[in-house]
Design a binder for this molecule. Structure first.
Ligand code: PAF
Length: 512
């Protein structure tokens, strides 16, 4: 692989013209370390073979305050090139101030970041910093026109602001955040770590250590003690610049931490300013996928759970299992007394094995195949609409979800079961598309296949019944994101879901 070192704008233009693959752009200020290498590696992984990775190095004067470390900031193009090349970048671009500012710094059009995004955290301490970051980023992005912009999540406020900037300007660029990389002592990697002498380095370790303790204590108790955090820092000679708890996407300060939220801190260790953060959560994240019958919810939820290493909670299968149980025991579901008795004895379990995939058990009998029969399909909606059924299974689902870390799908997951899910998706498709999928599914499972017209009619009736029932009707949660999957291949739906998921649940939130 050839590796290019680009300096002038003309060289950049000519290099860009030659590239056949989409550009993955990793902007940096140099002083590259293993954290940057991870960004480059993540770009490579994300784009597989079809990506071209460009790393920029520009120590942006606009983002440094008068008494900050602009002069001292590490500048070593040879070392940076080595690291970028080693991690798999295709080129490094180190523009001159002249190329970026085209003459006079004062004639540059500037970006003003909305006050609500920079009023807190670093923005309140480093006046004009984020205006400077955004001004330069717009310039870099307009010159490179990348497909994907790769940013470290370590500077969480910068990440959120840049993501919103790209959205607000309608740039067709995917913004991908990469989790903070830490050294073996858990200190977040930063170009500024090289300013620390060995005593200072040891003191600085209190920053991640105390944040992690606060995270653990929040998970246990649902609250944290900021005073304790402050005194932990001070005991280690760290001067607190700020400690703040904010909403993780709007960056608005929270009086009471509400799971999940961001706990961020900046401290001075000697003369070096370091930042770090953690996410406060009482449980791991939950992804709720709702939508009408036949939208592909169970296929997608299952594959997505596998891809993300989450537990798949198939609530639809729970209702199907109960319906099967009622049919099997010849219970009249309108006979309340008998229904309650059946519910008392009913226990559904999920087991998963590499060879057979997820299996559903009712009172220890494997019913995975039976619950997909047309007879169950016919009755499941009516049975699910019964109040005691709903109550029993919703409670079981909530229990399954107590620790989080699950993908659950159904019709009322985002509204009734997990109203506080971190990501809510409403997965849907047109009736004709769903009828086609249903026909294929029945055929594959060896059941008789009715005509598409009949299937469409059944689907419409089922939608109607699901939407009109009194208890937990099928409804899109106000904060759900709609995904219409007509004509989309499964892999495309999964990619789309992954993108939406990452916007709400950064990698770091995962590691509770
Ligand atoms: O995070 C950085 O290195 C810089 O703030 C960035 C994004 C390259 C803009 O100068």
């Amino acid at each position: 692989m050839t590796f290019s070192i680009i300096k002038t704008k003309a060289q950049l233009d000519s290099w860009l013209k030659k590239q056949k693959n989409p550009i993955y752009f990793v902007p940096t200020m140099g002083g590259l370390h293993l954290g940057h290498a991870e960004l480059i590696k993540a770009a490579k992984k994300h784009g597989s073979k079809n990506s071209c990775i460009l790393v920029s190095i520009f120590v942006n004067p606009l983002q440094f305050g008068a008494n900050e470390d602009f002069e001292q900031y590490p500048r070593n193009l040879n070392l940076d090139s080595e690291i970028a090349k080693g991690a798999g970048a295709n080129a490094i671009w180190a523009p001159s101030e002249k190329d970026i500012f085209q003459g006079d710094k004062n004639s540059l059009f500037q970006i003003n970041v909305p006050p609500k995004l920079q009023k807190h955290l670093c923005g309140s301490k480093r006046k004009g910093h984020f205006d400077g970051v955004c001004t330069i980023m717009v310039k870099l992005l307009s010159l490179v026109k990348p497909k994907v912009l790769i940013l470290g999540e370590k500077d969480w406020q910068q990440f959120i602001i840049l993501r919103q900037l790209v959205n607000a300007l309608g740039l067709q660029i995917e913004v991908k955040g990469i989790a903070t990389v830490r050294d073996s002592n858990n200190l977040a990697l930063s170009s500024r770590n090289q300013y620390l002498n060995s005593d200072e380095y040891n003191q600085a370790l209190a920053l991640p250590r105390s944040l992690q303790e606060a995270r653990k204590s929040f998970k246990r108790k649902g609250s944290i003690n900021i005073q304790k955090l402050r005194s932990d820092f001070e005991k280690n000679n760290l001067k607190v610049d700020y400690i703040q708890i904010v909403d993780r996407t709007t960056l608005t300060p929270l009086d009471q931490p509400k799971s999940p939220c961001l706990l961020a801190a900046a401290i001075y260790c000697g003369r070096t300013r370091l930042i770090d953060h953690t996410f406060l959560m009482t449980r791991s994240p939950i992804i709720a996928i709702d939508g009408p019958a036949g939208a592909g919810k169970s296929t997608i939820a299952q594959l997505f759970a596998k891809k993300m290493g989450l537990i798949y909670l198939d609530t639809g299968a729970m209702y199907r299992a109960l319906t099967w149980h009622i049919i099997e025991n010849q219970i009249n579901p309108n006979d309340e007394k008998n229904l309650l008795k059946v519910l008392e004895d009913f226990k559904v379990d999920f087991k998963s094995s590499e060879s057979s995939g997820p299996q559903v058990f009712v009172n220890q009998k494997n019913v995975t195949h039976f619950i997909r029969s047309p007879q169950v399909t016919e009755f499941v909606s009516k049975i699910s609409a019964k109040f005691p059924v709903r109550e029993k299974l919703t409670n079981q689902q909530k229990e399954f979800g107590q620790q989080g870390g699950i993908v659950a799908e159904g019709r009322d997951i985002g509204t009734a079961v997990f109203p506080d899910a971190e990501l809510k998706i409403f997965l849907t498709a047109s009736t004709s598309e769903r009828a086609k999928r249903r026909a294929l599914d029945l055929k594959q499972k060896g059941f008789e296949v009715p005509s598409l017209m009949v299937l469409e009619q059944q689907i419409k009736e089922r939608d109607q019944a699901d939407m009109e029932r009194d208890i937990s009707p099928l409804v899109k949660a106000a904060d759900a994101k709609e995904l219409i999957t007509d004509g989309m291949k499964i892999e495309v739906v999964l990619d789309e879901l992954t993108k939406l998921f990452r916007e709400e649940v950064p990698e770091e939130m995962w590691k509770v």
